[in-house]
Design a protein around this ligand. Structure first.
Ligand SMILES: [Zn+2]
Length: 351
């Protein structure tokens, strides 16, 4: 099972710490005998309910007005339209007095007007349209355009701009990879402001897809954390386990299967902890906490996938990081958020 290309750079930049958000769904509460005060779904849990908290994962807080009810056939045009330019996994940005901002262009940036545009939504007074342009070249690229790898700059953007940039890159990847109908091979034509591709031959509509991937912090009975070094990881890089969800599988089932396949133990108490979009090219990271099942025994590694794995105490982890014997995902990744959730605070960055 590919662990997401096993790429240690599967890290995403981190905005400043933000408040931990509550799970969207509040626990179902017992109907009270007396009329209970009306509480809205998603209201904070009552004190002492000990509802699991969602991770303060860096890109979990992004969001913007997608204006999904106004995806007309064509991308909008007008004075309030601004273009966001992506190229592969890079996005056009500008350095401002307050740091890195998305570069919003006033004129249609496409070198070829047959390239699709995607209406992303509203940002302030602007309607924002994404244009994915080919790899920059000396002749074609606007010399003033500063294209940077999104995973490296996302955290420096506002939550709204990060959401727009992640959507632009994800939609760009979808359009690049879907030129022909998977049913009949016919050419596809964009509709709904770039959110639908319809086959010109058999008229089937095709929609952008997201691949769910689970990532999980597994603890044992002594509250030690399982960290593993994927065979494809460089150096001393360790992380929590991760893998893609398979068709017909629940998220909890995927967590249990991946842990069983990769380190040979069973888990229980699988609990959702948060999510993070990862459109490189089209994943959604779903984070979980889990416990090693009692009596699960010793770790048995899947050799071609996992180079090493071990249970770590908090006391052992910090000196190992300080001595450079182990390196962890960057402070911006959801993997790091899971590890620090177990640790109970920020860990020193030994990278
Ligand atoms: Zn077709």
């Amino acid at each position: 099972m590919p662990t997401h290309s096993g790429d240690p750079s599967r890290t995403t930049p981190a905005p400043a710490a933000a408040p931990v958000s509550q799970p969207a769904a509040a626990p179902v509460s017992e109907p009270a005998a007396a009329p209970a005060p009306v509480s809205s779904a998603g209201a904070p849990s009552p004190e002492g309910a000990a509802a699991p908290q969602c991770l303060a994962a860096p890109l979990a807080r992004i969001g913007f007005d997608r204006d999904g009810l106004h995806r007309e056939d064509l991308a909008p045009s007008g004075d309030d339209v601004r273009y966001v330019v992506s190229s592969g996994a890079s996005i056009s940005v500008a350095d401002g007095p307050d740091g890195v901002r998305l570069a919003l262009e006033v004129t249609d940036p496409r070198p070829d007007p047959s390239h699709p545009l995607v209406y992303l939504g509203r940002l302030g007074e602007h309607r924002v349209v994404a244009a994915d342009v080919p790899e920059p070249s000396a002749e074609l690229d606007d010399p003033g355009r500063d294209l940077r790898e999104l995973r490296r700059v996302a955290a420096q953007l506002s939550h709204e701009e990060a959401g727009i940039a992640l959507t632009a890159v994800g939609m760009g990847a979808w359009h690049r990879a879907h030129r022909h109908c998977p049913q009949c091979g016919g050419a596809l034509a964009p509709e709904s402001a770039g959110w639908v591709l319809r086959c010109r031959e058999d008229a089937t509509p095709h929609f952008p897809r997201t691949d769910p991937a689970v990532i999980m912090a597994v603890r044992d009975a002594d509250d030690r954390l399982l960290l593993a070094r994927n065979a494809s990881f460089r150096g001393r890089f360790h992380s929590v386990l991760a893998g893609f969800v398979e068709p017909g599988e629940t998220l909890e089932g995927a967590v249990a299967r991946e842990v069983r396949e990769e380190v040979g133990i069973d888990v229980e108490q699988v609990e959702y902890a948060g999510s993070q979009p990862w459109p490189f090219p089209r994943s959604l990271m779903l984070a979980f906490r889990a416990r090693a099942a009692s009596g699960s025994g010793a770790l048995a590694l899947q050799e071609e996938e996992i180079a090493e794995a071990a249970w770590w105490t908090r006391e052992d982890l910090v000196p190992a990081l300080a001595a450079g014997r182990i390196a962890l995902p960057g402070p911006e990744s959801i993997a790091r958020a899971l590890i620090e959730d177990w640790y109970g605070g920020a860990l020193p960055d030994a990278r």
